[in-house]
Design a protein around this ligand. Structure first.
Ligand code: GDP
Ligand code: MN
Length: 395
């Protein structure tokens, strides 16, 4: 689950990281009044920043990040940004805050490195631009350090990272921020915490001259959906616009569904069996169209739901059903398949393999309903691939 910048900043703030002040506004009038408050405090540079809150990067380039020098101007800019379309996402709210007077921009992120089973910190003095571009053009400009998931980022590692990024002059702050990213990641079970830009900005001391401060100017956090149960309240931060319609439907139906690029729809109970099924489809020369785990004990209505999800993908031209009945009853699944086929809007060949609990009852039902069945998984995969080939790719 992706978080909006403003929500990500709230989590960073709660972990003690330095984030400039902000408010979230939904209308141009709200932006105006927020701008009045921020400008009255006399920020260095005398401006406010208005930032589109959409779950996509590159808002700046797309015109979704603008500065305003007066409440009037803030209102005008807000009316331009609100409702704007940025890469297919409609802007429904904006962040307003005192515009930072930027001295230099850096990049710092923490991501889950599954291969290393560690948290990977990546830093660069080339901030503000997309890290993918830096990685391609100047890979040497990215500093990497792995943090232990239990111990976190050790102080010496954080110092090494800070020095290598050229942040020696802001060592204390850089160390705190780098360690803070790891703490945030572990505390909320995040997959990614990205600060781009991490910036040195000028801030005014009350009555004094401006001083440099290192702050998180932008924030991107992705949470592990599977860990949301451990964090009551975070689910409320979900933006319904983020999810593809099929993902939303699957989540609400309690199905684990991941869309892929192939043509053979797979309906399986159990994640391990689902992966095995996909492997065998590939080995038989086909490409799976999805990963779908209908879970244990799936009843007929859930099966029908899963079938609708599979068929919603126009590329699917054959379906492989592979059920190993334990808690899941074969006859229930067979009934679900019969029900689903009756409601089907397009005719797609289906190969069904059901073994385990109530497999015999299932076989009778499937035979009556004239389903194509298979005895072994290899046989099922071969039949599904053959069916997919003879159907060809739908336009
Ligand atoms: P993104 O484009 O979606 O990543 O949005 P960012 O929040 O990273 O903003 C993009 C760019 O706008 C930054 O790299 C900055 O150069 C600029 N920017 C963002 N906030 C401010 C600000 O408060 N003051 C100034 N002067 N520039 C800003
Ligand atoms: Mn950014």
């Amino acid at each position: 689950m992706k978080l909006h910048e403003a929500d990500a900043k709230s989590l960073l703030l709660a972990q003690g990281l330095p984030v400039p002040a902000w408010e979230v506004a939904h209308t141009a009038a709200e932006v105006r009044s927020a701008a009045e408050r921020f400008l009255a405090a006399g920020p260095v540079g005398g401006k406010v920043v208005i930032k589109a809150q959409v779950l996509i990067g590159g808002r700046g380039k797309a015109g979704g990040v603008k500065l305003a020098g007066s409440p009037d101007e803030a209102e005008v800019i807000a009316s331009q940004i609100l409702g704007m379309d940025i890469k297919g996402m409609t802007v429904r709210k904006v962040l307003v805050g005192p515009a930072a007077d930027i001295v230099k921009e850096y990049y710092l992120s923490a991501v889950l490195d599954r291969a290393e089973r560690k948290i990977l910190l990546m830093g660069s003095a080339e901030g503000g631009v997309e890290i993918e571009t830096v990685a391609e053009e100047h890979p040497e400009a990215i500093v990497r350090r792995h943090a232990d998931p239990l111990l976190g980022l050790l102080p010496f590692q954080a110092r090494e990272l800070a020095f290598a990024m050229g942040l020696g002059a802001h060592l204390k702050a850089a160390v705190a921020i780098a360690q803070g990213l790891v703490t945030t990641m572990r505390h909320y079970d995040a997959d990614l915490v990205e600060i781009n830009p991490l910036a040195i900005i000028l801030e005014s001391e009350p009555g004094g001259t401006p001083v440099e401060r290192l702050v998180c100017l932008d924030a991107k956090i992705t949470l592990d959906d599977s860990a949301l149960g451990r964090h009551p309240g975070l689910e409320d931060l979900r933006d319904p616009d983020e999810e593809a319609p099929e993902d939303k439907e699957a989540r609400e139906a309690g199905l684990t569904f991941i869309k892929l690029d192939g043509t053979i729809g797979c309906m399986v109970n159990g994640a391990g069996l689902a992966m095995t099924t996909m492997d065998l489809v590939k080995r038989a020369g086909g490409e799976p169209a999805n990963f779908l785990d209908i879970g244990g004990g799936a009843r007929a209505d859930k099966v029908a739901h899963a079938m609708r999800l599979i068929l919603a993908d126009p590329k699917v031209n054959a379906i492989l059903v592979n059920i190993f009945g334990g808690i899941t009853r074969g006859d229930e699944v067979a009934r679900g398949l019969i029900e689903a086929r009756a409601q089907q809007t397009r005719d797609v060949p289906m190969v069904v393999r059901i073994v385990g609990t109530n497999a015999a009852e299932a076989a009778v039902l499937l035979e009556e309903a004239r389903f194509q069945t298979a005895s072994s998984l290899d046989d099922a995969a071969a039949k599904a691939v053959a069916a997919s080939r003879s159907e060809g790719t739908p336009a």
